[in-house]
Design a binder for this molecule. Structure first.
Ligand SMILES: Cc1ncc(C[n+]2csc(CCOP(=O)(O)OP(=O)(O)O)c2C)c(N)n1
Ligand code: SF4
Length: 482
């Protein structure tokens, strides 16, 4: 017969000790007595243990009282910005399709600031599991009104009770999401008594199993007690869930199409599309291109270029980045480009991030570039420190009268604007820079750059001048003796 101590043991998907504060009693969570979060944690932890998925589970914790999920679950953990858990979960799941990704969110997090995030993730049918804790209030910040606050409920920000004509109606997330076609399973549960807990346990398992089976998006909404912000005893809080919350938020299954879905039908991965496919999709005529390129001739640091290009609006910064990204793609690599610019079309600040990689790219943001192109003085001052050691700095000496200070990087001072003027137009300064990048990094080929330009430049008559500028940039970089 099983010993009592075995039956009551902590699931192995919890840490043995919770080390949030070394001086705390290390078996305790930080939750208030009677809080629903701890109960739901336990149900999830037991399911993770029983399914044997601890080593491939990634918990995403929100901003809210459950921010410290990562101190409790001995799984992979991410703590993310308020409301953004479904977006982060999407990125992780798509790049690691075999991970079990669990988004854990409160009602302020999921239904207020993150309302659109959850809607879009559900509508895309991401193969993730969402545990949504509805306690009708913002717990962590001391009890403000949430989208789920009941009519008549007094909170710090609805001191006279929520009124439909003033603050709107309580948002019924399960009902709302179940009108979408993509979600596979949506159920609302409560943590109040033995019967409800058994149903909750079943729902938690079903939602995780749905993901394991690759059947798509599932969400379990949990009516949860918040005795502290409700100013109630734990016993009264349970009663209030049953007597008040359940009237507005009836328990039950709102959507369940799991049996209609094939195992693996929503198990989606980022696929590397073969170059021929790109050509087909984009209607490109560049046939017989070297897909892999001569990787060995490319200096190691530039094999996965992370480029930051910065200057002011009107310097062709964005076109420069677009051309590099398009060229990378035409070489058969993955590539991303994101612009960032001020509100002014001309004269404001502008920068863009380009990544080119043989691997799928998780985030398009370049926080530590290995190639920095600074077209004006503020850009050099702002971004020089971010360049990776050993990286390449190309700066436009025509517009920058200071010298870089780093000694652990390769530096190419280039009078791009003056050279462009000599070629015939200040606007081709960006092409001079591209030439220098090609020469220094060896990762991209000039004929492919010209093909890309054809695709991204509107006025084709400038292509010969651009080509000339690229040649001049290459020549300058080849002959430069630093
Ligand atoms: C961007 C941003 N806005 C606002 C806050 C303040 N804030 C912290 S937690 C929270 C709401 C938490 O409520 P909920 O998601 O319902 O979780 P609970 O604490 O009740 O579990 C808010 C508004 C923040 N941290 N970040
Ligand atoms: S404030 Fe509410 S939600 Fe937060 S830990 Fe306390 S009882 Fe739980």
């Amino acid at each position: 017969m099983a010993q009592l101590k075995d039956v009551l043991k902590k699931p192995s998907s919890f840490y043995d000790e919770f080390l949030r504060k070394p001086d705390n009693y290390q078996q305790d969570t930080h939750y208030c007595p009677g809080c629903g979060h701890g109960i739901l944690h336990k149900l999830i932890a037991e399911a993770i243990e029983d399914f044997g998925i601890k080593d491939r589970t990634i918990m995403i914790s929100p901003v809210g009282c459950s921010v410290f999920v990562y101190y409790y679950f001995d799984t992979g953990n991410f703590q993310v910005a308020h409301g953004r858990a479904p977006a982060v979960a999407t990125g992780i799941k798509r790049t690691h399709p075999d991970a079990i990704v669990i988004s854990y969110q409160g009602d302020g997090d999921l239904a207020a600031i993150g309302g659109n995030n959850i809607l879009q993730a559900a509508n895309r049918g991401e193969n993730i599991t969402v545990f949504f804790v509805n306690n009708a209030i913002y717990g962590m910040t001391g009890g403000q009104m949430a989208p789920t606050t009941l009519l008549g409920q007094k909170t710090m920000t609805s001191p006279y009770g929520r009124k439909a004509t003033w603050e709107g109606y309580p948002m019924k997330v399960s009902e709302l999401l179940s009108t979408l076609e993509a979600p596979a399973y949506v159920e609302r549960i409560a943590l109040t008594n033995g019967k409800n807990l058994m149903k909750a346990r079943k729902a938690v398992r079903k939602a995780i199993q749905a993901q394991i089976d690759g059947k798509g998006f599932s969400l379990v909404e949990t009516l949860s007690m918040c005795p502290s912000a409700w100013r109630m005893t734990p016993v009264d809080a349970k009663k209030w869930v049953e007597e008040a919350m359940m009237k507005t938020f009836p328990l039950g299954v709102y959507k369940d199409v799991l049996d209609e879905r094939e195992v693996g039908s929503w198990h989606r991965a980022l696929e590397t599309v073969p170059i021929e496919k790109y050509h087909e999709i984009l209607g490109l005529a560049h046939e017989g291109m070297e897909v892999e390129g001569d990787v060995e001739s490319v200096p190691k640091i530039f094999r996965n270029p992370k480029v930051l290009i910065a200057g002011f609006g009107g310097q062709g910064i964005l076109l420069l980045g677009q051309t590099l990204a398009e060229t990378g793609m035409r070489h058969g690599w993955n590539s991303t480009w994101i612009p960032s610019y001020g509100p002014e079309m001309r004269g404001g600040t502008a920068n863009c991030h380009v990544k080119i990689s043989s691997d799928p790219i998780g985030s398009p943001v370049v926080s530590e570039p290995n190639i920095l192109i600074a077209m004006n003085k503020p850009s050099l001052e702002r971004f020089e420190k971010d360049l990776a050691p050993g990286g390449l700095l190309i700066y436009n000496t025509s517009m920058i009268d200071i010298k870089p200070t780093r000694t652990d990087i390769e530096i190419l001072p280039l009078p791009a604007t003056e050279m462009a003027d000599e070629i015939g137009s200040l606007r081709v300064a960006n092409m001079v820079i591209i030439g220098a990048v090609l020469e220094k990094t060896k990762i991209l080929q000039k004929d492919v750059v010209l093909d890309s330009l054809n695709a991204v430049v509107k006025h084709k008559k400038f292509i010969p001048m651009n080509s000339d500028a690229i040649n001049k940039g290459m020549e300058y970089a080849r002959n430069y003796k630093g």
